[in-house]
Design a protein around this ligand. Structure first.
Ligand code: CUA
Length: 334
């Protein structure tokens, strides 16, 4: 009985341990995809080795002491070493020296990473329950959930929160930074190759903390410039007599614009700016791929899709045909 229980406990811990070994994990901290993340990685590796050696040494000595000096019926009390000045100075100095050795590259890296890089793209990131807002003030672009960035050029993020404390983390590109209301924190990211880099809010921020993902999309510089040009312009109004036009009318009637900005249409500030929603690959904190089926799931019952989020539909749930019209409209927001 006891044996079975021990076996079960052992299997459970082994399973948990192995669960950490994913073959192709997009949020792998140990596979940097840019210079900032690589610099951090170059610090972690030697520090981890030092920590590993210390751990094995200390645990080994503890085990040795436990086994060698364990109480036996007739064993005398082992020799005591209290008051051995040489030993005590030794085990005080050794850790202090190890910590000093670790501190030198750590502090150098911290200072180096906090330097403002030349030629950075400036982006203000605002954390909301439960999505990210990105404001490219210099470029006149506001978007949500997806950080677009050019490859080979650093991005300086100035992070702030609209409500509670969040934490911004895109592991392949850089470290974590807390996103605190009333305070601007900065961090830098840079990607080397075009692609999508996934991340996650890493500070518990409410019921849907786990549904608050982050995503960076790195693009060739020319593609990034084209994206910026597209985002600056208002989306074209839907053509007359189309279902999208009926959707635009519903958008106004239902009061969607009270929370959402659509450039040239509404100026809501609570939810994500939807001006170019159809150009995004995901929505709602990047937990849904942006397609009609997921938009339908979302508009049918946003609270079921993502508990605790701030989206409420004024006047109650939408009818299926209203949802179809709204989606037709949202699809025109390119
Ligand atoms: Cu935002 Cu957790």
């Amino acid at each position: 009985m006891r044996r079975n229980r021990r076996l079960a406990a052992f299997s459970a811990s082994l399973f948990l341990f192995l669960a950490a070994c994913a073959g192709n994990a997009p949020q792998d901290t140990l596979e940097p995809k840019g210079p900032v993340a690589r610099q951090i990685d170059h610090l972690i590796n030697p520090v981890f080795i030092v920590a590993g050696v210390v751990f094995v040494l200390v645990e080994g000595l503890v085990l040795l002491a436990v086994i060698k000096f364990r109480a036996r019926p007739d064993s005398p009390e082992p020799e005591q070493i209290h008051g051995n000045t040489r030993l005590e100075v030794g085990w005080t100095l050794a850790p202090a020296l190890i910590l000093l050795a670790v501190a030198v590259p750590t502090i150098a890296t911290i200072f180096d990473l906090s330097k403002k890089p030349e030629n950075a793209v400036n982006v203000t990131v605002i954390g909301h329950q439960f999505w990210w807002e990105y404001r490219y003030e210099d470029l006149g672009v506001v978007t949500a959930n997806e950080l677009r960035m050019p490859v080979g050029r650093p991005v300086e993020l100035t992070l702030n929160s609209d409500d509670v404390i969040h934490s911004y983390w895109i592991p392949p590109l850089g470290g974590k930074t807390d996103v605190v209301p009333g305070r601007n924190n900065t961090m830098h990211l840079e990607a080397e190759t075009p692609g999508e880099y996934l991340g996650q809010c890493t500070e518990f921020c409410g019921a849907s903390h786990a549904n608050m993902r982050a995503k960076a999309i790195a693009m060739a510089p020319a593609d990034f410039d084209a994206w910026v040009a597209g985002q600056k312009a208002a989306a074209p109004a839907p053509a007359a007599g189309t279902m999208a036009e009926e959707g635009a009318l519903l958008f106004a009637q239902k009061g969607c614009g009270g929370c959402h900005t659509v450039q040239g249409v509404s100026e809501g500030k609570i939810g994500p700016n939807l001006t170019h929603l159809a150009t995004r690959t995901t929505f709602a904190g990047s937990i849904f791929n942006n397609n009609d089926q997921n938009l339908r799931t979302w508009l049918r019952d946003p609270q079921a899709a993502k508990p605790g989020n701030k989206m409420i539909i004024p006047g109650g749930p939408l009818a299926p045909d209203e949802i179809t019209k709204l989606i037709a409209y949202l699809d025109t927001l390119r």
